[in-house]
Design a protein around this ligand. Structure first.
Ligand SMILES: [Zn+2]
Ligand SMILES: [Zn+2]
Length: 272
């Protein structure tokens, strides 16, 4: 965000804050300046960030970061890209990691049929297994669905209900899918993609989703919103996403911030 001085962040009113519900703070992209990244976020009103695991190693790092930084919480889990070779011992350790006090969600887990780094049947097997583990742990599910709307919804329908709830992170479906997700009791997390010119389908889905089911996220370091599209994404940038949601909902940024923050606090049972 080197150009931040030229393009100011949207301003939140005094006392209103935002939560970046999905970021990968442990990734190399932040290795050199994580303190500044978190300070910039807090200064802009983004006071809480969930750092999400994608494999055992990043889950360990997310838990460690949550222990070190006020305002950082963790989720642990194995991303569909990384399920190959994952076995009993990994799940034992994930279960232990999940017991750490600042682990507030299980994920990210799901199905990715766009990249297919792991065979689809294996993705499916680990998705189901982790859904059941998350239910045992009474943690909300953080779901990654890329090019797999039908498959993910079929699994959720079979494996539900989910008393601890969950979220479709980086939502990429249309309004009809958004309604189905909400009917299952899940939340929809809006990524920076919503600010892109050609994101009409996602924008329509946001309009169709009640404010009390929306969350906002960066998925940093990926998917930076306009005006940082193509650059490194970071938690402060969630302000642009919230601003766009406000525009789509024909309301104020403060209204969206209050609602999405209350939703995230409730779903992930965050303190503070
Ligand atoms: Zn994801
Ligand atoms: Zn992610």
């Amino acid at each position: 965000m080197s150009a931040q001085k030229e393009i100011p962040l949207p301003l939140l009113p005094e006392g209103v804050s935002l939560i970046d519900t999905h970021c990968h703070l442990d990734m190399k992209a932040y290795a050199g300046d994580l303190e500044q990244v978190l300070a910039r976020a807090a200064g802009a009103g983004v006071r809480q960030v969930l750092s999400i695991g994608i494999d055992l190693e990043s889950s360990r790092r997310a838990v460690a970061l949550a222990g070190r930084h006020e305002g950082v919480f963790a989720a642990v889990g194995i991303h569909p890209h990384h399920v190959e070779g994952v076995g009993e011992r990994d799940y034992e350790e994930l279960r232990d990691l999940a017991a750490a006090p600042r682990v507030v969600g299980y994920g990210e887990i799901g199905i990715d049929l766009v990249k297919q780094y792991a065979p689809a049947p294996l993705q499916l097997e680990h998705f189901r297994r982790q859904i059941r583990l998350a239910r045992d742990l009474v943690l909300p599910l953080i779901i990654h669905d890329r090019g797999a709307h039908k498959e993910v919804m079929a699994v959720l329908r079979e494996e539900g209900p989910f008393p601890a709830g969950g979220v479709m992170h980086c939502f990429s479906g249309d309004a009809a899918l958004a309604r189905e997700v909400v009917a299952l009791g899940f939340h929809i997390s809006v990524p920076g993609v919503v600010t892109f010119n050609k994101a009409e389908t996602l924008q329509e889905a946001v309009r169709a989703t009640p404010l009390d089911r929306l969350l906002v996220e960066t998925d940093g370091p990926f998917l930076a919103p306009v005006p940082y599209r193509g650059k490194r994404n970071e938690p402060a940038c969630v302000l642009y996403t919230a601003q766009k949601v406000a525009e789509l909902k024909k309301t104020d940024l403060a209204v969206v911030a209050r609602a999405t923050t209350a939703n995230a606090r409730r779903l992930f049972r965050l303190e503070g």
